[in-house]
Design a protein around this ligand. Structure first.
Ligand SMILES: [Zn+2]
Ligand SMILES: [Zn+2]
Ligand SMILES: [Zn+2]
Length: 269
């Protein structure tokens, strides 16, 4: 029932001209959700709350800024969709102006009565969102953020002036064909959620050349080390942060299979 409703919604959004999520750079943003909704920037989907600016859809989540933290002895939860909790709040008139839209790993939360601010807090996913969402879900704002970073990093071969309109689709099909296995170190990603750490690399650096002989399936760590051009991406803090996250998560396996770069990489973590 819910899945059916969602497919209808997707169809509707497409008809209304809401853009699909496009590959793009990634910036951390925190804004008032109601203001954004009034401006017509917000669309609620199954896998996130999308904020569309200049035809670029940014995926994020929402959370209540002012909250009785001490009373509940916990921080507010974050929501990725119009779950039961949100729908209830909307019908009681307890939703508007209360929420922040964000795509960050950490947020600020205000103690409702004293107005003290807790800084850089990581939130957990709302139970109803977890129940109602379809597919893989991120359980914390940190996981959500790391997923966004990793998604943005999937396109490190693609410069802005050379972007095939369907690069995301090609990459997905190719990586699927290659069984999410790295050509260089043979790492295999089995966790669906971590598929974003297996990349499609263009040997000739031309993202428009998608002939099979030009493509390689490489894990994030091997991909960054293919040449100086790729290594230079490590100067981008968000790329570095996201690669660190991947390496930390997979370090034992990478060491075990003898990944050629892991030892040197670990010494500078
Ligand atoms: Zn929720
Ligand atoms: Zn590899
Ligand atoms: Zn590449």
């Amino acid at each position: 029932m819910r899945l059916y409703a969602f497919n209808k919604l997707e169809e509707k959004l497409t008809q209304l001209g809401y853009p699909q999520m496009k590959e793009s750079g990634f910036k951390v943003i925190k804004v008032d959700l109601t203001q954004e909704e009034i401006s017509g920037h917000i669309s609620y989907r199954q896998d996130g709350v999308y904020r569309t600016i200049n035809n670029q859809a940014q995926r994020g989540y929402m959370y209540m800024y002012s909250y009785d933290v001490a009373k509940h002895n916990q921080y507010p939860k974050f929501h990725i969709m119009k779950c039961k909790t949100i729908v209830d709040q909307m019908s009681r008139g307890a939703f508007n102006t209360k929420y922040i839209w964000s795509n960050s790993n950490v947020v600020d939360v205000q103690e409702r009565t004293t107005r003290d601010v807790y800084h850089d807090v990581r939130l957990s996913l709302c139970g109803n969102c977890a129940k109602e969402a379809v597919g893989t879900i991120e359980r914390t704002t940190e996981e959500f953020y790391q997923m966004l970073l990793a998604n943005a990093a999937l396109t490190i071969d693609v410069s802005l002036d050379k972007r095939p309109y369907n690069s995301g689709e090609i990459s997905k099909i190719f990586r699927e064909m290659m069984n999410y296995t790295c050509n260089a170190c043979s790492l295999k990603i089995t966790d669906r959620m971590d598929r974003v750490y297996m990349h499609m690399h263009h040997k000739d650096h031309n993202p428009l050349n998608n002939y099979p002989e030009n493509l390689e399936s490489l894990c994030y760590l091997c991909h960054i080390h293919t040449d100086a051009l790729h290594k230079a991406k490590l100067n981008k803090p968000r790329i570095k942060q996201s690669l660190d996250y991947f390496v930390n998560k997979y370090k034992e396996e990478l060491v075990k299979i003898g990944n050629p770069y892991i030892k040197a990489y670990l010494t500078q973590l």
